[in-house]
Each structure stands twice: as C-alpha cells, then as structure tokens.
Design a protein around this ligand. Sequence first.
Ligand SMILES: [Zn+2]
Length: 282
Amino acid sequence: MKKFLAITCLILLTTAVILTAYFGIKPSFKKTPKIQNSTSSLITHLKIEPEIIEREIKIPVLLYHYIRKIAPQPDNRGWNLSVPPTTFQQQMEYLQKENYNTITPDDLHQYLKYGYPLPDNPILLTFDDGYLDFFEEVLPVLRDYNLNATNFVVTNFIGRKKYMDWYHLRYLLTTDHVFLGAHTQNHKKLTQLDPEILEQEIAVNKMTLEEWIGTAIDYLAYPYGDYNDEVLSVMKKHKFKAAFTTESDNLHRTNKLLELPRIKVGGGDTVQTFAEKIKTEN
Ligand SMILES: [Zn+2]
C-alpha cells in the first residue's frame, strides 16, 4: 500500500512539473518600476520640490595674499598684501586659543543652501593667487595648529617663479589641511573682457584644475574682487556653487552665494587688529 501511494505521488509531481514547463506558468512577481535614465528626469517627476530656505550667517572669511617679510618701501602695495610669517603664526595661535574652527567653502555653501550644521566659532581662511610661500610658510603652521585653509589658484601662473607648481598643489590635497579653488586663467579684470574671453577665463581655469588635480572645483575668487551680472551668469552656467569677492563684510546670505564677502588681512595687521577684524556678533 505504502509503495502504491509513493508511486502515485511521484506520478502526480512529475505531471505537475511537465504541465508547468509546457504551459509556461510563471510566478506572479510584481513588475519592478523602470529606473529613469538621468537624475534630471527623476527631478521633474518629483511631486513636491524641496523648499529653499533663505539663510544668513556672520562668519569671518579672511583674505590673505603673501606670507612674507617685506619692507613698506619701495613696494607699498606688495607690503600691504603681505603678512610676515611670525605675525601669521601668532594669528593662527590666537585662533586656536580662542577655539575657532576653520571651515571650507563647501561647509559654508552646505550651511547656506541646505542648513547642514557648522561647528562652533567657524572661520574660513582664504589665500589668493597660489604663491609658493603658501606651501613654505602657511602649510607648516596649519599643521602645527590643526587648521585648514583654501587657496584660489590662477592656472597660467602655476609653476612660475614664486608660484606653486602642479606637484605642490597635488601634495597640498594629500594633507587634509588645504582646499583648492579657482582664480581664473590669467588674473584679468573680468568685467573688462569680451564675452568669449570671459567664459574662457572662468571655464578653462576650472576644467584645467579639475583635470590636473583630480578634484571638483566648485568655488572661485574673482581677481581684484571684480565682477558684474555677465560674470555672474557665466559662473551660473558653469555651475559654481559659490564665489568670493573682496567686499569687506562678514555677513553671508543664501541668495548671494556667488557674492560672498571677505575681510582682508595684510601688512600692518597685528594680532590685536586681527582679533578685532574677526569679531562677529551673531
Ligand atoms: Zn588675485
């Protein structure tokens, strides 16, 4: 009897397998929705768009040029743009003593646009032009006080006498103390250029830096702080996230991401005047 039952079960099972195979009965899984090809087409299908909240914050963004010792005469302009290495070291010591936290342009952008939190006592240190003294005088101090800084680089000056070369720039990025940004191709006054040259100054500078240092370049400082509406539209076209002027202020706003002000630190600034300049009352 047991043998008969076993044989019957086997026959039924075999018949079921054959029928399934023959009629192609498939398991009834739900169809997976098709994945869109690009992010932009996904965005157009969003029912609710995220709200843009306008924010503002007072943060000192400091603007340095040279860190070197130079007499006020005969080059008064050069002296004005230079902070002696010992004074610079004292200023950084002050930041550490007063519990300042150095942030990057990315941190400031992420706060203003999306509200991502910033550390207490934030400060942003920026250096223009890509001078060699940044590598020789600034980097060791940043390491000593565990601070970070941003350097805005002019691509056609890279490797010239007294400027950093590509190896310096790549090395800086390995240190975790330096963030790099754009400062155009030739350091011209952007408002005085023909449209084609203007676009080239901005776009080629960004592309060249990205190609040769292998990191995204989303921030720029306008040479001489010079910009107008045409410059801003080229900046938007090339998707810069934020840009820095030389307007002296510490108030930054979401609707002015391409016009962030900076406070100049130069010849004649002591630790006391420096401390006064970076004071903010939020
Ligand atoms: Zn410059």
